[in-house]
Ligand binder design. Structure first.
Ligand code: ADP
Ligand code: MG
Length: 265
């Protein structure tokens, strides 16, 4: 199993779109993929037609057992998405109540790791979608992940947010043994605007090696897809956004590290 987290402490940068598209493309290649919604807003959950206000079985269930993960619980929270090979562990809005909980208490930071350890033989890839706020949920995602994808909108304010994210990452990694490899992915790139072009250049200059070599373009198909609850498909060759995500996926597969040992099982 390979576990990727998609995170940035800024909203609206394309995190959820990245999770759905990478997940869909992997599933289309015959992989068994689980996407996990760790955002109390539940955009990923809504994408697949579930209502995070009323959903019964969600990630929230994992956090109600004093840091333990009862055998069989994670599997019971997984639902099908209608897209073959792609499964979802939904978020409920109740997750928002966790943000004030202490990470250190009762092994609260390792719950997602432990839950995924139970699903080790069931999925080839797990992609974790994240909330912008740094709390127990994001700490869980960063502890569980083997690779971090940081989407960054190609505009100046978003680059400030990136610095905050990288600082957070360093802070969290200091308390763990292994550094978490990451890839910064420029998103919502519009080659016709100065702001996009200039900020992409700035990103290249500042983050060279950690920056993905291309950018995800603005493509209205993504907004349509999320509203229609459709998973973007590689077969949709008209969609230049999906073509870009296909390159990204290939690069992540080529560059992402040998998986770390199964941990926290
Ligand atoms: P986040 O999860 O970071 O908040 P989303 O993936 O929900 O970001 O994207 C925010 C908005 O931008 C959504 O309306 C989404 O449909 C749209 N969007 C995301 N990526 C693109 C893109 N490459 N081109 C056009 N619109 C996009
Ligand atoms: Mg989102």
């Amino acid at each position: 199993m390979r576990i990727w987290a998609v995170a940035n402490q800024k909203g609206g940068v394309g995190k959820t779109t990245t999770v759905v598209t990478l997940g869909g493309l992997l599933a289309e290649r015959g992989k068994r993929v689980l996407v996990v919604d760790l955002d109390p807003h539940g955009s990923l959950t809504s994408w697949f037609g579930l209502d995070p206000d009323t959903v019964q079985r969600s990630v929230f269930g994992l956090f109600q057992n004093q840091g333990r993960v009862p055998e069989g619980l994670p599997a019971s929270l997984v639902t099908e998405t209608g897209c073959p090979g792609l499964s979802l562990m939904p978020a409920s809005t109740a997750l928002a109540t966790l943000e004030r909980r202490l990470v250190g208490a009762e092994g609260m930071g390792l719950i997602i790791s432990r839950a995924l350890a139970q699903l080790w033989d069931d999925f080839d890839y797990v992609i974790l979608d994240n909330t912008p706020s740094l709390g127990v949920l994001m700490v869980n995602a960063l502890a569980a992940a083997q690779h971090l994808v940081i989407p960054v909108q190609t505009e100046f304010l978003a680059i400030k947010g990136l610095e905050r994210m990288l600082h957070t990452l360093q802070m969290i990694m200091r308390s763990q043994k292994n550094a978490l490899p990451y890839t910064i992915v420029p998103t919502l790139f519009d080659r016709r605007t100065q702001a996009s072009v200039k900020s992409l250049n700035l990103l290249r200059k500042t983050y060279g090696d950690s920056l993905w070599r291309f950018a995800i373009p603005v493509d209205t198909k993504f907004r349509d897809a999320s509203q229609a609850g459709v998973v973007p498909s590689a077969l949709d060759t008209q969609t230049h956004g999906v073509r870009a995500y296909t390159h990204l996926l290939n690069d992540l597969l080529a560059h992402s590290e040998i998986p770390r040992e199964r941990r926290h099982g």
